[in-house]
Design a protein around this ligand. Sequence first.
Ligand SMILES: C[S@@+](CC[C@H](N)C(=O)[O-])C[C@H]1O[C@@H](n2cnc3c(N)ncnc32)[C@H](O)[C@@H]1O
Length: 213
Amino acid sequence: MGLFKKKLKQEHKVMLQAERAGGALLPEYHRATPECPHPERWHMYDSMTAEAEVLEFLRTLVTTLKPSLIVETGSFLGVSTLWMAEGMAANGFGKIVSCEFDPVVFTKARENIESSPFARFIELRNESSLEMQVEGTIDIFFSDSDVDIRAAEVKRFLPQIRPTGLILMHDASSHMKTVREAAFALETENLVSCIFLPTPRGLVLAQKRAGRA
Ligand SMILES: C[S@@+](CC[C@H](N)C(=O)[O-])C[C@H]1O[C@@H](n2cnc3c(N)ncnc32)[C@H](O)[C@@H]1O
């Protein structure tokens, strides 16, 4: 029986775990890195949703920068989307376009968003970040989809990102090398300037070089 049991996709497995946990916060369990030796000092809802402290940071960025347009890649259950939307609700304006590629995960994210008081700030799309079209100038670009395509999605949206805006790339710790190396490569290509925040999973804050005053 075990041999024939279909292997659950990681996103679906974590989605079920998150449902069972019912919103309880756990100590962060991603492994310690030289830049973040005590990940257990942070908190998480599950291993896909950004760390709880990073969610708070995202909300505060929104109230600090007053963005009109945020693009997020990788909605998962819509938790980071909702935290940023809460910031927009405090601001009284703004729109988040968030895309989730997986249709099962998308359906769950849509349910979560539709049952929240912040739905009016969110446009959720069941699309790939590498295909979706967004109108307008992007104030915050939050790259949080599949780690292997982060550089490609940042490059794809770069012309639309405001020079004074922010590019965030999650999962850029030295343990999860792919995104960190993608961010270094974007710097080497002279496309962006990066700051590497030493959170458990790593968060890059970047600004594009073109158009800086
Ligand atoms: C790390 S999770 C996102 C977590 C979410 N931003 C949060 O913090 O609450 C990554 C998600 O990206 C989705 N994904 C993977 N490739 C994608 C793509 N090309 N376009 C959009 N979503 C993608 C996965 O299905 C997964 O749900």
